[in-house]
Design a binder for this molecule. Structure first.
Ligand SMILES: [Fe+2]
Ligand SMILES: [Fe+2]
Length: 242
């Protein structure tokens, strides 16, 4: 396994590690700013590799903020490894994430970021949009960077294969294939489709993201609002019919 680093916006880097066994990429993002941010820690087993890649961009011990969407091994498994090498690093998450998971899991106190609060890191600023059960998990949220309109959208638009780092082409068909394929295997019902799913997806679309930084697959650049509304239709079709 090797890592591929791509700058998806000024000083915003995608560190991608392709896992051939699961035929998917695991993407981690570094925002190089006065207060550097890591989004998705990666799993514990990937920590040495992700750290080596991060070290090409910043000094890992200078990391200040560690964010992720929801409590899962690929999202935050290596959180405590990162906290142990970066003395001023702190996890940041939704209010639910901090109360329900991080208060008991993180080796240092985490910062809860309610949706109305801004996290300013220097030249960049972030919001954590609470999206309970989207893509999954009570604690789920989506990180949004306001200067370049980047939505760190976690498992939304999940794609298989060792795909190109960035694309302007629609991700919808690839995402549909993953949701459909999962429905006939042991990982079925990847995402819940509830009476709230549409509201949360529309709320994300209203942010008007220009860049969709996915955790698995290519980053999309283009009309993120339309892409999210299209994905909502796909999620609806898949889970209503399969
Ligand atoms: Fe997930
Ligand atoms: Fe994931």
């Amino acid at each position: 396994m090797m890592s591929t680093i791509t700058e998806i916006a000024p000083d915003v880097y995608r560190i991608s590690i392709y896992n051939a066994q699961s035929n998917m990429q695991f993407n981690h993002f570094i925002v190089r700013d006065e207060q550097p941010v890591l989004y998705h820690t990666g799993s514990r087993s990937m920590f040495p590799m992700v750290k080596q890649a991060v070290a090409k961009l910043i000094r890992p011990e200078q990391l200040r903020w560690i964010g992720f969407s929801h409590f899962e091994a690929d999202e935050c498994g290596a959180l405590n490894e990162w906290l142990s090498i970066a003395p001023s690093a702190q996890a940041v998450g939704t209010v639910t994430a901090v109360r329900v998971n991080l208060s008991g899991f993180a080796d240092r106190a985490a910062r809860a970021l309610p949706p109305v609060e801004l996290l300013e890191t220097g030249k960049y600023r972030f919001r954590m949009i609470a999206t309970p059960h989207l893509p999954h998990g009570w604690d789920a949220g989506m990180f949004f960077e306001e200067i370049h309109s980047i939505l760190f959208c976690s498992d939304l638009f999940h794609q298989l294969g060792d795909v190109e780092p960035v694309t302007g082409h629609s991700l919808i068909e690839r995402a549909r294939q993953v949701l459909l394929a999962n429905q006939v295997g042991p990982l079925k019902d990847y995402q819940p489709f509830t009476s709230k799913t549409g509201d949360y997806m529309r709320e994300l679309a209203e942010l008007n993201p220009k860049i969709l930084a996915t955790q698995h697959g290519s980053t999309y650049t283009g009309d993120g609002a339309q892409a999210l509304l299209d994905l909502l239709q796909v999620i609806k079709e898949v889970y209503e019919n399969h």
